[in-house]
Each structure stands twice: as structure tokens, then as C-alpha cells.
Design a protein around this ligand. Structure first.
Ligand SMILES: *[C@@H]1O[C@H](CO)[C@@H](O)[C@H](O)[C@H]1NC(C)=O
Ligand SMILES: *[C@@H]1O[C@H](CO)[C@@H](O)[C@H](O)[C@H]1NC(C)=O
Ligand SMILES: *[C@@H]1O[C@H](CO)[C@@H](O)[C@H](O)[C@H]1NC(C)=O
Ligand SMILES: *[C@@H]1O[C@H](CO)[C@@H](O)[C@H](O)[C@H]1NC(C)=O
Ligand SMILES: *[C@@H]1O[C@H](CO)[C@@H](O)[C@H](O)[C@H]1NC(C)=O
Ligand SMILES: *[C@@H]1O[C@H](CO)[C@@H](O)[C@H](O)[C@H]1NC(C)=O
Ligand SMILES: *[C@@H]1O[C@H](CO)[C@@H](O)[C@H](O)[C@H]1NC(C)=O
Ligand SMILES: *[C@@H]1O[C@H](CO)[C@@H](O)[C@H](O)[C@H]1NC(C)=O
Ligand SMILES: *[C@@H]1O[C@H](CO)[C@@H](O)[C@H](O)[C@H]1NC(C)=O
Ligand SMILES: *[C@@H]1O[C@H](CO)[C@@H](O)[C@H](O)[C@H]1NC(C)=O
Ligand SMILES: *[C@@H]1O[C@H](CO)[C@@H](O)[C@H](O)[C@H]1NC(C)=O
Ligand SMILES: *[C@@H]1O[C@H](CO)[C@@H](O)[C@H](O)[C@H]1NC(C)=O
Length: 834
């Protein structure tokens, strides 16, 4: 027992790199361990090593050793005496009260000193083992006896990994699947990922980017896919791949890739047969066609269903399915001068007439909203039109438009706005999660479900951020049961990831639940979308980039008004794509929920909301409120020091501090931009008015020159200072005129990729702090070489004693592309966020 105590104590201080995610199996405290009644042996009713039942036995052994410090034997034959028995319904020989189980479901019975884990299939048995371990890890020793079944058969993840090892929208290092246009040979990380996925009951994964490289079909790569599938099979995770529609021509050397051409069909047939030789249980294909420049059937004037069915027929004899993305639109022909043009209309326009045209093993994969993973979107109306076609929802764990894992944004509250939405198809209850994706509302022959874009990379944290992992965990839980409570999920994840401390759980839960509303507040509200750089990295602020281009993510902001008129009566007609009751709701500005006001209506900035505020004032207030909320995150987190290992504490503290600074960049940029275009003042006079700031351009500069930036609004006061060349040291100083007191001193600057400028902050010649512009090593968002809303950042030094007349000085040295760009210094009294 002494040994146990010792381990439990060091568990807190030993650094943790995040590799085990929520499957850490950390030792419970000794007094808690005593309460656990655990049988002496594990019986896994399958001795084949590739069987998920065998895996379940190994995992139970590993978990119990970690959590309770008890070494249990694993056997594969039933024996006398108390045991944990895990197996499929078939291998249980009806020895248990046979529960009602559907595919992948399981029964968990922990009565007395016997534990029964019965899967409907092998995968279900493994899920049951993970469920039991999750209870133990949370010190939940309640006796239970229940069956649980998935809400939908398809619970997949999509990786957007490129064959060269980069990841589209990846912010956590290079691919764990590919390198140098080939599959990797070391499958250790792949097995570890499959284990995480199995524990959240994800049963399929498409490993390569939807913008697919046909080289995945080479003989060498097919063999590599076989190895990858072998590595994941013991975890019950099936492999799928994305295909490039033009492969028969660009890779196969045929003259065409016309889906109705017999030679093309024969080519896909034989390519598919070959794939199945390497991966006999290949789950199927994912296809992005005729979207954003990708080839597809429309290239040959064929329908999207002609294209999808070609693949469907090829995989049908093997039991495979085709996930066909509904993200089809023609970005080259959208023209903002046409008031009725609307990218949001595209999916329904393309797919509505095809509902009875798809083969029964085609699943149309629909993004949650009609545009593209925005901070808020209405539910895609396409779900209401696919009555005969199977459908799946596409969510995004990768936070492409939601802070790229450098901002904490817990996504389930956003996902729930869609999963809980009642589309009222034909006037009947048609809730997206429980009625449509479950396949209950329309008969979808058991083929419906979920796909989430996930961007795990080689980083030991998987997603670059420890806290971002709650989104992956919650995705699996919600795909299993979309009615699962987002707070309860978060609490389970927190206990599994950080232990049982109440303060840790309460703090992470509170911050996470505030994080999406805060992010929406400081990025884009009232349904205007994430006001980011849509032609660039999709990360920092750049509201003007949304308009005057054919990408169709328009705001239509002009000097007087803003928003997309998507009404039927006078706008793009998008509202009319919904079933009648919902269409009526959105058609009328009075009944449109205000969080989607500017999605559906074009209004003057002076339009008055139900709160009594104008649209423009709401913009200002929400942006200030959101940044205030983000400013609390590092302070809340600081209280957790000592309650977890130092490594995860510090890495997370860094990100939350960065987020608080970048939230102010967002706030100021958006407020300044709309202040500029509308010319309407903030009622509270905050915008452009910063009494505690000293603008770089107003400081005494030596070796610095004053410039503007693009876009103009990402600089406080519209100007910054940059060193005159790329090599000479420079400085900026100012005499302080603030009353004597203790202040937090923040320095706003720009941290570019390719360069590590150094900075030192001095007060009357004494060092307050020093740092280098090395965020590129610490944060994984899409890198930028410019001085813009992505590179804008700030550091804060708390508790600096200052007297009137003191001289504050920043000494810098440029490096590489970084001309030590300085925006301002803020001297902030306690409680002021600016
Ligand atoms: C044991 O596992 C193997 C591999 O998954 C499977 O083929 C076999 O059917 C299983 N045996 C039983 C009795 O379930
Ligand atoms: C079911 O029967 C098989 C074959 O007789 C045996 O190996 C297995 O242990 C039995 N399972 C249980 C749970 O009794
Ligand atoms: C223990 O786990 C069971 C099964 O998941 C759950 O129903 C119950 O609420 C949990 N108890 C506590 C105290 O969390
Ligand atoms: C990978 O393939 C691309 C074409 O898709 C090619 O441009 C690139 O040079 C290849 N890279 C390697 C390392 O072979
Ligand atoms: C495979 O990768 C793992 C971790 O990613 C590493 O620990 C191991 O050494 C690698 N194995 C080989 C043979 O390179
Ligand atoms: C392709 O495969 C499907 C399914 O096996 C078959 O029905 C079809 O005739 C094949 N077509 C060609 C041209 O090979
Ligand atoms: C597709 O149809 C358009 C208009 O009907 C025609 O101009 C074009 O040549 C056709 N393309 C092909 C590849 O058949
Ligand atoms: C967009 O439409 C306007 C008005 O019809 C036209 O003048 C303009 O050339 C169009 N732009 C493009 C890129 O087609
Ligand atoms: C993981 O990412 C963090 C933050 O981006 C970085 O500091 C660390 O070096 C990375 N570690 C690995 C092993 O890639
Ligand atoms: C109707 O649409 C026109 C553009 O065609 C727009 O200028 C006008 O403001 C809209 N009217 C209303 C009442 O929304
Ligand atoms: C978001 O902004 C609104 C409007 O100012 C405010 O009422 C709300 O508290 C803010 N929420 C968060 C989490 O920042
Ligand atoms: C908006 O910004 C532009 C560019 O800096 C400037 O010329 C213009 O005066 C500003 N307008 C207002 C109303 O602030």
C-alpha cells in the first residue's frame, strides 16, 4: 500500500505530454481504491489477437493495473469464480439475460463480484470494456446493468491528411499516416489513435484529404493501406479513403473520367477489387466532386448521382459504402453584384432533384450548415430534402474557423443547435439528431450518421492543445447519443483527463461552456459568420475579405447596412429551402432568432434589436463582452496550479493567455472596422479610445519607422512601428503620465513565421521582462508571413509598480522577416481589459 500512495502522489507532478488523452488510467487515491470490488481474472472470449474482444481483455488488464494498481490475469476460457467476462452475444451462449442489442451495442452488468460485458458484435464488446474502465477511472463503483445502442451506424472521422505529410487545416504537426507521398511504415501512432477512437465508439476513419491525391492508389500505397487497416482492426476502426474523381485519367492513363464510360467504370471496378485484396473490410470511399475546383461528373455533364453510383456499384459486392459530400458549389460564378446570388443555396439546388437517384449504399455527407463550419449557421436545409437518400452530418473537430485549437472553443453547444433543431418536414417532428440522423424519420436502411473532420497530427497532444481534446471526446459521445448532455460529457472528459479534483472540473467546465459564446461574441455575431480572412488562413480578423470576391461568404456590409437578404420575398430565396413552418420563421424578420438575424436579413446598422440596442451597438458590446470573458480564462486557469502536472498546466496557461490577447485583437479590429464603415460612434465611446494605451507611433522611436498595416483595422490607432531594416536594433520609449500604482503592462506586437525578433521591456532602465517572437514554435495555426490579424498578439507582465514620470522602454532586435513590429503598450490598472 505504501507503494500505491507513492505512485498516487507522484502522479500529480510527473509531466504529462497528452499522448494518452482521456485514457490515462491514472491511479486513484488509496482510500478510493479500497472501495472498488474487482474480480480476480479477466475472461476475454476470443484468443485471436486481431479481435476487438482480445483487445478488450488487454485493455481491461492495463486499465485496472493503472487505475487500481491490481494485476489481473487474462484468459480466453470461462472458469469458475468471480471474473470480468467480455465477449459477443454469440460467445455468451445465452448464459445472461439476453439484452436488446443493435449493431455495435453492448450490455454492461456489474452485479456483485462478477462483471459481464456483452457486445452485439466484437466492436460492441470493446466499447463495453472502455465504458467499464471509464467508470472505474472516475471512481464510479456503482452496480449497473444496462444495454446501450448507437443512435446511428456511421460514426466516422475524416482526416484531411495530404500524401506529402502535411494536413489541410492541421495545427498539430505533420500526418501520422503519410510521408513523402506514401503511407508511413511505423504504425505506433496510428494504433494509439485507433485506441482513442474506439474508446469513443468511432467505427470508421477516412485517412486522406478529400482534396485527394490519386497516388494513394499506387500498388505500394495499397499495400501500405493494408498495413494501416491491420493496425486499426483490433480496435474495431474500419479504414476508408478519399478518392480523386479524375484518377482514371490522371493516374490510370485513360482518356477520360466520365462516370458513364465503360472503360472508366471497369477501371474503378478493378481498382476497387485490388483495394479490397489489401483491405478486405474497407469501409468505403469518401468523394468530394465538383467543389472548389475538384473534378467530378459535372465535368462531363453527368449528374452527381451518376458519379456517386459509379463508386457505389464498385464497392457494393464488397459491402462498402460511398460517402458523397454535399459541399458542391461553383465559386467561380458567384457574383456579389447579383442580389439573388447565394452560395448557401447550392447544396439543395444540386441535390434536391436527385433524392431518388442514388444507389442504396450512397450516403450524402452534409456539413452542419449551408456555408462552411462558421461560428454559427442555421441547420442545413438539405437534411429535409434527402428523404430517400441516406445522409450523414459533417461536423468539424478541427477548429478551422473557430480559433484553430489556439483558442479554447468547446464545440458541443454549437453542434447541439443543429442536432436539436426540428426541421418540421411535412409538418411533423423531424429533429436532426434523434429523428433524421438516427434514420427513424425516413427509412434509411440503417445507413445514416456522423462524420467529423479531425486534424490530429504528430504532436503528442494530438490536436496541439490539451483542452481541444474535449471536442474529439464529445464528438464520439454525441454520435452515439445526440441527446447526451454536453456538460456531463465535459465533466467525464475532465475527470478522465485531469483527475477527480472538484476545482479542476468546475473550472474547466465553466471556461469551456463560456468559450463558444465568448468566441462568437468577439469574432462575429447575429449570424454574420466568423469575420475572418476567408481568402487566407481562416484564423484572425479580416471582415473586408468576406466581400467582393466569388467565394460567397458575403456580409454585404456597406456604409448603411449589413447582412444577407435570404428571404423569398426580396432576397436569395434561401429561407424557402426549409419546410414551410421553418421557412415562415426565417422569412419574417420578427420571428427570425436574433442570433441569425444577419444570416437571413439585410438591415441598417441602426435596426433595433429586442434588447433595445441597435445592430451596431450590439456588435460593439458583444465584442467587448467576449474579450472580457476570454480575459478571465488565464486567471481562472492560474488557480489550478498544483492541482495537475506542471507540463499540461503550463502549456494550457500559455494558450489561454495568448487567447486573451488575441481576443482583444479581434475585438479591436472588428469594432474599428465597423466603426469605420458605418461612421456610427460606440455609445460607450470605447472604440478607438484607449486611455491606458501608448501607441507605438506616439513613442520616442529610435531605429523604428511608422507604417500602416493591411487590413488597416488590425493596428491600434491604424499605425504601427517597424524597424527600419531587418538587422539593426531599435527602441521605443515613453514617459508615463499615469498615477502611481501597480499595473499590468501589455505589449502588442506581431509575431510572424520566419523570424524570431527579440524584445526587452524596461522600466527606468530595469528589465521588466524579455521575450522572442517565437509563437510559430508554440502555436499551430496556419502560419502567416504578414503583419495582419493572424500574427497580431501580445504579452502581459502583471503587477508592475509604476510612478508618474517613469520611463517605459521597449528594446528590440529584428530577425528574419520580423521587423520587431510594435503596435502599442498598455498600462492597465487592476480589472481593466484593454
Ligand atoms: C474471434 O475473433 C476473430 C477476429 O476478429 C473473428 O474472426 C472470430 O469470429 C472470433 N471468434 C468468435 C468465436 O467470436
Ligand atoms: C460458450 O461456449 C463455448 C464453447 O462451448 C465456450 O468456449 C465458452 O467459454 C462459453 N461461454 C461462456 C460465457 O460460458
Ligand atoms: C456511474 O456510471 C453510471 C453508468 O455510466 C451512470 O449511470 C451513473 O450516473 C454514474 N454515477 C455517478 C455518481 O457518476
Ligand atoms: C508528391 O506528389 C506531388 C504531386 O501530387 C509532387 O508534386 C511531389 O513532388 C511529390 N513529393 C514527393 C516527396 O515525392
Ligand atoms: C515508431 O514510433 C514510435 C512513436 O511514435 C516510436 O516510439 C518508435 O521508436 C518507432 N519505431 C521505430 C521502429 O522507429
Ligand atoms: C463493375 O462492377 C459492378 C459490380 O460488380 C458490375 O455490376 C459491373 O458490371 C461492372 N462494370 C464493369 C464495366 O466492369
Ligand atoms: C456540356 O453541356 C454544355 C451545354 O449543354 C456543352 O456546351 C458542353 O460542351 C458539354 N460538355 C461536355 C464535356 O459534353
Ligand atoms: C458581376 O455582375 C456585374 C453586374 O451584372 C458585372 O458588371 C460584373 O462584370 C460581374 N462580375 C463578374 C466577375 O462576372
Ligand atoms: C507540440 O506542440 C506544442 C505546441 O504547439 C509544441 O510546443 C511542441 O514542441 C510540440 N511537440 C511535438 C513533439 O511536436
Ligand atoms: C430588396 O432588395 C433590394 C435589392 O434588390 C435591396 O436594395 C432592398 O433593400 C431590399 N428591400 C428590403 C425591404 O429588404
Ligand atoms: C456575449 O455578449 C453579450 C452581449 O453583449 C453578453 O450579454 C454576454 O454576456 C456575452 N457572453 C460571453 C460569454 O461573453
Ligand atoms: C476609415 O478608414 C479609412 C482608411 O484608413 C480612412 O481613410 C477613413 O477616414 C476612415 N473613416 C472613418 C469614418 O473613420
Amino acid at each position: 500500500m505504501r507503494g500505491l500512495w507513492f505512485l498516487a502522489t507522484i502522479g500529480l507532478v510527473v509531466a504529462e505530454d497528452g499522448l494518452n488523452g482521456w485514457l490515462r488510467y491514472a491511479r486513484l487515491p488509496c482510500d478510493v481504491v479500497k472501495q472498488a470490488k474487482v474480480p480476480a481474472t479477466i475472461v476475454a472470449l476470443n484468443a485471436t489477437e486481431s479481435s476487438p474482444v482480445y483487445t478488450a481483455g488487454q485493455e481491461l488488464q492495463k486499465g485496472i493495473r493503472g487505475i487500481l494498481g491490481k494485476a489481473l490475469d487474462v484468459t480466453h476460457e470461462t472458469s469458475e469464480g468471480p471474473s470480468i467476462v467480455v465477449g459477443t452475444l454469440d460467445t455468451f451462449n445465452g448464459s445472461s439475460a439476453t439484452p436488446e442489442l443493435e449493431e455495435d451495442g453492448f450490455w454492461l452488468n456489474t452485479k456483485g463480484d462478477t462483471v459481464e460485458i456483452i457486445g452485439q458484435n466484437e466492436r460492441g464488446a470493446l466499447y463495453g470494456a472502455f465504458e467499464y474502465l471509464s467508470m472505474l477511472a472516475q471512481a464510479n463503483f456503482t452496480e449497473v446493468a444496462y444495454a446501450t445502442n448507437p443512435s446511428a451506424a456511421i460514426r466516422w472521422v475524416n482526416q484531411w491528411d495530404n500524401m506529402d505529410g502535411t494536413i489541410e487545416r492541421g495545427y498539430a504537426g505533420l500526418s501520422i499516416f503519410f510521408k513523402n507521398n506514401a503511407t508511413v511504415s511505423n504504425t505506433t501512432r496510428i494504433e494509439q489513435y485507433a485506441r482513442l477512437l474506439a474508446s469513443i465508439r468511432v467505427n470508421g476513419i477516412v485517412i486522406n484529404n478529400v482534396n485527394a491525391n490519386p497516388i494513394i492508389l499506387s500498388d505500394e500505397n495499397m499495400a501500405g493501406l493494408g498495413k494501416i487497416a491491420d493496425a486499426m482492426r483490433p480496435w474495431g476502426v474500419k479504414l476508408g479513403i478519399s478518392l480523386n474523381f479524375a484518377s482514371p485519367q490522371t493516374f490510370g492513363g485513360l482518356a477520360s473520367f466520365d462516370p458513364l464510360d465503360e472503360t472508366v467504370i471497369a477501371w474503378w471496378n478493378s481498382t476497387t477489387d485490388k483495394l479490397y485484396e489489401h483491405v478486405p473490410d474497407l469501409a468505403g470511399f469518401l468523394v468530394k466532386a465538383n467543389s472548389e475546383g475538384q473534378p467530378g461528373p459535372i465535368t462531363y455533364n453527368r449528374t452527381l448521382s451518376d458519379g456517386a453510383n459509379m463508386f457505389a456499384k464498385a464497392v457494393k459486392p464488397h459491402g462498402g459504402i460511398v460517402m458523397f459530400r454535399a459541399f458542391v458549389y461553383d465559386y467561380q460564378n458567384l457574383n456579389e453584384s447579383n442580389w439573388k446570388d447565394d452560395r448557401a443555396n447550392a447544396a439543395v439546388d444540386f441535390f434536391r432533384e436527385l433524392d431518388d437517384k442514388f444507389d442504396d449504399n450512397v450516403v450524402v455527407q452534409v456539413k452542419y450548415g449551408p456555408i462552411d463550419f462558421q461560428v454559427r449557421e442555421p441547420t442545413s436545409p438539405l437534411f429535409a430534402h434527402l428523404k430517400q437518400t441516406a445522409s450523414a452530418i459533417e461536423l468539424q473537430v478541427a477548429q478551422e474557423y473557430l480559433g484553430q485549437q489556439c483558442h479554447l472553443v468547446y464545440l458541443p453547444p454549437l453542434w447541439k443547435t443543429v442536432l436539436n433543431f426540428d426541421l418540421r418536414v411535412d409538418g411533423e417532428k423531424s429533429v436532426v439528431g434523434t429523428d433524421i440522423l438516427s434514420g427513424k424519420r425516413f427509412d434509411k436502411k440503417g445507413l445514416t450518421g456522423y462524420a467529423a473532420v479531425v486534424n490530429v497530427g504528430q504532436n503528442t497532444t494530438w490536436l496541439g492543445s490539451h483542452l481541444a481534446m474535449s471536442n474529439l471526446y464529445a464528438y464520439g459521445r454525441l454520435a452515439w447519443d445526440p441527446t447526451d448532455d454536453e456538460v456531463a460529457i465535459l465533466e467525464d472528459w475532465t475527470r478522465l483527463t485531469f483527475g477527480l479534483d472538484d476545482t479542476v472540473r468546475e473550472t474547466i467546465t465553466r471556461m469551456s461552456m463560456e468559450s463558444w459564446p465568448a468566441y462568437e461574441n468577439y469574432t462575429g455575431n447575429l449570424g454574420i459568420q466568423t469575420l475572418t480572412d476567408i481568402t487566407g488562413p481562416h484564423y484572425g480578423p479580416n471582415p473586408q475579405s468576406m466581400d467582393n470576391n466569388p467565394w460567397g461568404q458575403w456580409t454585404r456590409a456597406d456604409a448603411d447596412s449589413i447582412g444577407m437578404d435570404r428571404t423569398v420575398s426580396n432576397g436569395t430565396g434561401y429561407a424557402g429551402q426549409y419546410p414551410a413552418e421553418v421557412a415562415a420563421l426565417y422569412e419574417d424578420i420578427e420571428t427570425t432568432p436574433e442570433e441569425l438575424l444577419l444570416w437571413f436579413h439585410h438591415v441598417p446598422y441602426t435596426h433595433v434589436l429586442k434588447s433595445g440596442k441597435t445592430v451596431i451597438q450590439h456588435f460593439y458590446d458583444a465584442h467587448y463582452a467576449g474579450a472580457e470573458t476570454a480575459a478571465t480564462f488565464p486567471r481562472q486557469w492560474a488557480k489550478l496550479q498544483g492541482l495537475m502536472d506542471q507540463q499540461r498546466f503550463e502549456e494550457t496557461a500559455f494558450r489561454l493567455t495568448y487567447q486573451a490577447g488575441h481576443a482583444i485583437v479581434w475585438r479591436d479590429s472588428i469594432a474599428q472596422f465597423y466603426h469605420n464603415v458605418s461612421g456610427i460612434a460606440d455609445a460607450q465611446d470605447r472604440v478607438g479610445n484607449h486611455p491606458w494605451r501608448i501607441e507605438a507611433e506616439a513613442m520616442d522611436l529610435d531605429g523604428y519607422k511608422v507604417t500602416g498595416v493591411t487590413p488597416f483595422e488590425v493596428a491600434s490607432g491604424l499605425r504601427i512601428a517597424q524597424t527600419v531594416d531587418n538587422s539593426s536594433a531599435a527602441s521605443a520609449s515613453a514617459t508615463l503620465r499615469f498615477p502611481a500604482g501597480t499595473y499590468d503592462v501589455a505589449v502588442a506586437y506581431y509575431d510572424l513565421y520566419e523570424g524570431k525578433a527579440s524584445y526587452e521591456l524596461l522600466l527606468n532602465g530595469a528589465r521588466v521582462g524579455a521575450w522572442v517572437g517565437d509563437n510559430e514554435d508554440k502555436l499551430g495555426f496556419t502560419l502567416t508571413r504578414g503583419i495582419d490579424g493572424h500574427s497580431a498578439t501580445r504579452v502581459t507582465f502583471p503587477g508592475v509598480a509604476i510612478a508618474e514620470g517613469d520611463v517605459l522602454r521597449v528594446e528590440t532586435k529584428p530577425d528574419g522577416r520580423e521587423t520587431a513590429p510594435l503596435d502599442y503598450v498598455a498600462v492597465l490598472p487592476p480589472g481593466v481589459v484593454d
